[in-house]
Design a protein around this ligand. Structure first.
Ligand SMILES: Cc1cc2nc3c(=O)[nH]c(=O)nc-3n(C[C@H](O)[C@H](O)[C@H](O)COP(=O)(O)OP(=O)(O)OC[C@H]3O[C@@H](n4cnc5c(N)ncnc54)[C@H](O)[C@@H]3O)c2cc1C
Length: 511
């Protein structure tokens, strides 16, 4: 059944990206859009990840929308409940919540090539839209490795992103698999409860001290009373992340920082064997830099043992590491992160040739132009797509991309464009340049195998230049980069179509 009218735009997902898309569209007077969310509340990542200690590792002044600063953060680095509360408040304050259709899941998105419309099959029926914005998230699908013998394990198992709050960890023998961003946050919280805590570490991450502090009533009052403090705080954080980004692009600059990080490790860990085991064998920044003050103390507690090796097998209640170490445990907690190179939305979207994106991406990772538009996928925009990752707040990145996407949506509307697809040669040229410049960054040259690299070693995640350069590229939606069809005669033509760009017979306006 098709429901209602044809929307100008359909937004899928109400996490930080979908909410920002809806707010920014509304602010520009673009009102004929619909937003759906498969869950029953907003928040995305911050609704799904509820593990103990979950929080952001970018200061809250920057991990918040530029158009909705908050003075109510209780710490310099907010924790998950507060971030979720912030997103719900913003959604209410900007009157977006009533526009969201909750418990509505996009099941399939198919481009109707005759009518130049997206047919969007959802759990509440079919919708039609001229354009679609996929704000479905880059870090959503929990990843658990296929471990031989896992089916013989009779204890409890769960992933950090699906924390089992009904299971009491007190007095239990716990195996934590992985030492990534989530694990280093929850390990210190569960360690005091555990009878035994066994941490399986395949690769030691760089963990630096976190400059976190509580913000009392007085600080919150001052931030509210004097917005200049908030602005200064945001600018200072953005400035320091910019410096870090410079280092990530120029790894030689990081070598002294690397040495300093080793000295800090020396101060934090007295046992030489443990220190050796947790000292990374790659350059700082090759994998995401982690920040924590309580992780190393937790590792040095009497009930904790670090196994400097990955999990390779399970035999009943025994978990076995690649180095042969064995532990009997009651529960396995997967801190193994997410499948980021295969975004789940790919299994739901078909291109204009009827091919499912997940099938095209199965032997590699997605490619897009400026992280937003995909080859043969007309009138569709991805937020936080491939190769836009800069060491900064994902909120800033999503906002920057939205400047581009909203400019594009308005151009489509104003110029009565019925179909707009990224030109293959533009996409290829851009991505060749991106890949070339990534070669010398720490992500590619820092001596690690990070989640920025897909199964073929191609870096599908990072942007090789500065955030400023990314914002500049995203400030204008250039129609000349796209193949374009128009809806009706007499509509404005886009500026300077190249000879290779197709021109088509005008068509009827649909609605
Ligand atoms: C534990 C954790 C900590 C993080 N910490 C930081 C940090 O400190 N700093 C930082 O910058 N970034 C951090 N990130 C990255 C984080 O993913 C992004 O900051 C951000 O949440 C992405 O927002 P999003 O709206 O694009 O995606 P999401 O938050 O994933 O939201 C996507 C939404 O789309 C909905 N959806 C998906 N598929 C469908 C469908 N088919 N139909 C309908 N709805 C659908 C989902 O239910 C969800 O609500 C962290 C991520 C995790 C997992």
């Amino acid at each position: 059944m098709t429901t209602g009218s044809i929307y100008d735009t359909f937004i899928v997902g109400a996490g930080i990206s979908g909410l920002a898309a809806a707010i920014k569209l509304k602010q520009t007077g673009y009102l004929n859009f619909r937003i759906i969310e498969k869950a029953s509340r907003v928040g995305g990542t911050w609704r799904e990840n509820t593990y103990p200690g979950c929080g952001c590792d970018v200061p809250s002044s920057l991990y918040s929308y530029s158009f909705a600063p908050s003075s109510r953060w209780s710490r310099l680095f907010a924790r998950q409940p507060e971030i979720l509360d912030y997103l719900e408040t913003v959604s209410d304050d900007f009157d977006i919540t009533p526009l969201i259709e909750f418990d509505c899941e996009l099941e399939q998105a198919v481009w109707d090539k005759d009518r130049h419309l997206w047919c969007l099959d959802t759990s509440s029926g079919r919708y039609l839209a001229k354009t679609v914005v996929f704000a479905t998230g880059p870090i959503t699908e929990p990843q658990t490795p296929p471990i031989p013998g896992l089916e013989t394990f009779k204890g409890r198992m769960f992933h950090s992103a699906r924390w089992d709050h009904d299971y009491d960890l007190a007095g239990k023998r716990i195996a934590v698999i992985g030492t990534g961003a989530s694990a280093i946050q929850f390990i210190p919280k569960i360690q005091p409860k555990a009878r035994e805590l066994h941490v399986f570490q395949r690769t030691a991450p760089w963990v630096l001290p976190k400059p976190d502090l509580p913000l009392g009533e007085t600080a919150q009052w001052a931030i509210e009373r004097f917005p200049v403090i908030q602005q200064g705080w945001r600018r200072a954080v953005a400035g320091s992340l910019n410096v870090i980004n410079f280092g990530l692009r120029n790894p030689q600059v990081l070598r002294p920082v690397n040495e300093a990080a080793k000295q800090i490790l020396r101060l934090q860990i007295s046992d030489p064997a443990l220190r050796r085991a947790v000292t990374p064998n790659f350059l700082l920044g090759c994998k995401r830099i982690l920040f924590a003050n309580d992780y190393y103390p937790a590792l040095q507690s009497g009930n904790t043992s670090l196994i400097p090796s990955g999990l390779v097998a399970v035999d009943g209640d025994t978990v076995i590491a690649a180095n042969g170490e064995r532990r009997e445990v009651d529960v396995i907690i997967w801190g193994t992160g997410f499948d980021v190179s295969h975004p789940p939305i790919g299994s739901r979207v078909f291109n204009d040739r009827g091919q499912r994106l997940a099938d095209l991406w199965k032997d590699s990772s997605p490619e897009a132009y400026l992280g937003a538009t995909i080859e043969n996928v007309p009138n569709a925009f991805l937020i936080l797509g491939p190769n836009v990752l800069v060491y900064d707040s994902f909120i800033s990145l999503a906002e920057a991309q939205l400047d581009y996407i909203i400019d594009g949506l308005w151009k489509i509307k104003r110029r009565a464009i019925s179909k707009l697809t990224i030109r293959s040669e533009v996409l290829r040229k851009h991505n060749r340049k991106v890949q070339k410049h990534l070669q010398t960054t720490v992500f590619n040259a820092g001596g690690c195998r990070s989640y920025y690299l897909d199964q073929n070693g191609r870096n599908f995640a990072a942007w090789p230049w500065s955030l400023k350069a990314l914002k500049r590229r995203l400030s204008v939606f250039e129609l000349k980069d796209y193949d374009i069809n128009f809806r009706k005669a007499g509509a404005d033509r886009p500026p300077r179509q190249s000879s290779r760009s197709r021109t088509h017979r005008p068509e009827e306006v649909y609605s």
